[in-house]
Design a protein around this ligand. Structure first.
Ligand code: C2E
Ligand code: CA
Ligand code: CA
Length: 593
């Protein structure tokens, strides 16, 4: 050098022993200065810094002016991590997204010769909950409360719906669905014996018709209450439909036990029902099937109890019938009929027979009643009483009835063309057919296709067709009447025998049921009834046909009515068409002699 030769003994250079103090120079929260350590001034003016930012930066420096760039630092954030960081020349540390809480930032450093100082600089910081935390927490809480409320409401709704789904609204008793579940359980566990009772309230329709549906509802409710009172806690009662109830009598010990229960129910239900000033004399018909004796499955039991109930109803109401072997046989027949009925029409198994309607005095044939016959290839002749009801139930009556109308018109047209039909041919029309099909067009079509004059056709309807007394029935009958056919009221004396129908509807013939004729021949009072019916009908211009005359004695009862007709085995049974034609031919020949 210009100063001469300078020799430096590098081995003699001593390490610096000076350990500079480390100080925190600044703390930034999201780039905002929150602490300034150089002038020892916390902007927050607090010993503990409360911070809310996402990024926290700690800046620090060593108070070493000899060679600051060789100072190294190590730091840690207590509360997050206890470990000191590796030594670094950086003089700041950054932390992001610190969870709310208390922390202590510590930093220590070396001098430029890498000697660590004992001094540790530190600052406590508190990371506060951010404001949105409280909002979110509140929102969460509100949401939670809403969810809870929603769940509670839903649960209440579901319970209510479930209750409604399984209960009848009028009586609050379990309904059909509930019963089905119950039965499925009972029959599958097969634990103990029980009796299934199908109970049908008698006369509900009468009560409805006479006093209105409100009274009908009261009758149902009172009856349901009486049933409940007759049962034990572990028995089961449900309402299946309008007047139909079901009872499951559990764990009866002996049949006597069961009998007593059934008796109690029947007697209880047959007591008069008092509603204000109206007394209703109600009762019920019961059909009973026992598990497992009368059926192993729910379906079998139900069908068997139902058929027993049906028998009880037929036997005159207010009765309880147990399912038995003869009912079983009958049921088998019904099932057979059900299965075969489907194909009977297409297989041409039906035929019409004709029973003459005669003038009782002259004995001359006036007309015929067409009566259906079913000739089954295997079962043989099945009488109408055995299948008409089934056909009505399954709807087959629609097609069958149409066929009867066409066939009867076609055959009547033959008789008419030959001059053998003085009066008319009458065709039975079931209530179902009358009310659910377009009977007017069926009749007019049959008349047009056969060429039969309308006055040669009579429709026989029963009282049950007229019972709803609606305008609809009135219009329907008027329309039929307008086609030119006549209308007969059949089976008079078996149902309500309401003479008011005769005045209300366009009826031209009254057919008196066999039962009236039979009892008139035995009792004077019944004879009086018969005479009154005749005289009332005559006063309304209605012709009378006495049905089911079997004996001369019965025939004598009506001999005085010269303009009326008789029908019965005494004169002629229902016979095939060709035989009827021959009979008419013979009748006409006799007339000519
Ligand atoms: P209904 O209309 O009262 O027919 C009279 C029934 O009495 C016929 O029974 C007939 O054979 C029977 N009968 C006639 N004279 C006497 C007699 O002197 N003594 C007795 N004991 N019975 C007599 P059938 O043919 O068995 O018909 C029974 C019922 O079936 C009919 O009663 C009618 O309601 C119904 N029916 C018959 N054919 C048809 C049809 O084509 N359509 C519809 N919907 N029902 C029909
Ligand atoms: Ca008839
Ligand atoms: Ca009849």
């Amino acid at each position: 050098s210009t100063k001469g030769y300078v020799e430096i003994d590098t081995h003699a250079i001593k390490l610096s022993k000076y350990t500079p103090q480390v100080v925190l120079t600044r703390v930034l929260s999201d780039k905002d200065n929150v602490y300034n350590g150089i002038n020892h001034k916390s902007i927050a003016k607090k010993e503990v810094l409360e911070l809310a930012g996402d990024d926290i930066e700690f800046h620090f420096a060593a108070l070493d002016y000899s060679n600051p760039k060789y100072n190294r630092f190590s730091f840690r954030l207590l509360g997050l991590d206890g470990q000191w960081s590796d030594a670094t020349f950086e003089h700041h540390a950054t932390y992001s997204n610190l969870a709310p809480g208390e922390y202590t930032f510590q930093v220590k450093g070396t001098n430029s010769d890498n000697i660590w100082s004992d001094n540790i600089a530190q600052i406590k910081v508190v990371i506060a909950m951010p404001y949105w935390y409280y909002i979110v927490a509140c929102l969460l809480l509100i949401t939670l409360l809403l969810i809870i409320q929603f769940i509670l409401i839903r649960r209440r709704q579901v319970t209510l719906l479930n209750q409604q789904l399984h209960h009848d609204t009028l009586t609050n008793l379990p309904n059909r669905l509930d019963f089905q579940n119950k039965m499925a359980k009972l029959a599958s566990t097969q634990e103990h014996n029980f009796a299934l009772i199908i109970l049908d309230l008698d006369r509900l329709k009468d009560v409805n018709d006479l006093y209105g549906h409100k009274m009908g509802d009261e009758y149902i409710k009172s009856a349901a209450l009486r049933m409940q009172e007759s049962l034990r806690d572990f028995d089961y009662l449900a309402r299946l439909s309008g007047d139909e109830f079901i009872i499951l009598l559990n764990r009866y010990k002996l049949e006597d036990d069961l009998l007593e229960m059934v008796n109690r129910i029947t007697v209880n239900l047959a007591r008069p029902y008092q509603f204000d000033d109206i007394t209703v004399s109600g009762s019920a018909s019961l059909g009973i099937a026992m598990f497992p004796k009368d059926g192993a499955t729910e379906e079998e039991l139900f069908i068997h109890a139902d058929s027993a109930m049906y028998e009880a109803k037929k036997a005159g109401r207010n009765q309880a019938y147990f399912f038995n072997a003869s009912l079983k046989k009958k049921l088998v027949e019904t099932i057979k009929i059900k299965a075969n009925l489907k194909h009977a029409l297409s297989n041409q198994e039906f035929k019409l027979y004709y029973q003459a309607k005669l003038n009782a005095i002259t004995g001359k044939i006036d007309g015929y009643e067409a009566l259906i016959r079913w000739f089954h290839p295997v079962e043989g002749l099945i009488p109408p009483n055995d299948f008409i009801t089934e056909a009505e139930n399954n709807g087959a009556i629609v097609e069958i009835g149409k066929w009867v109308m066409e066939e009867a018109c076609a055959q009547a047209a033959i008789l008419h063309a030959e001059g053998l039909l003085k009066g008319n041919v009458s065709v039975n029309v079931s209530p179902k057919q009358l009310l659910t099909t377009n009977i007017v067009s069926i009749v007019t079509d049959a008349l047009i296709n056969s060429g039969l004059p309308p006055e040669k056709l009579e429709l026989e309807i029963t009282e049950s067709s007229l019972m709803d007394e609606s305008d609809r029935t009135q219009t329907l009958l008027s329309k039929l009447k307008k086609t030119g056919v006549s209308i007969a009221l059949d089976d008079f004396g078996t149902g309500y025998s309401s003479l008011s129908y005769l005045t209300k509807y366009p009826i031209s013939t009254l057919k008196i049921d066999r039962s009236i004729i039979v009892s008139a021949s035995q009792h004077n009072t019944s004879l009086l009834v018969l005479r009154n019916i005749y005289s009332l009908a005559h006063s309304l211009g209605i012709q009378v046909v006495s049905e089911g005359v079997e004996t001369q004695e019965q025939a004598n009862l009506v001999l005085q009515y010269q303009d009326d007709l008789v029908q019965g085995y005494l004169y002629s049974r229902p016979i095939p068409f060709e035989d009827a034609r021959q009979l008419s031919l013979k009748d006409a020949a006799e007339l000519q002699i």
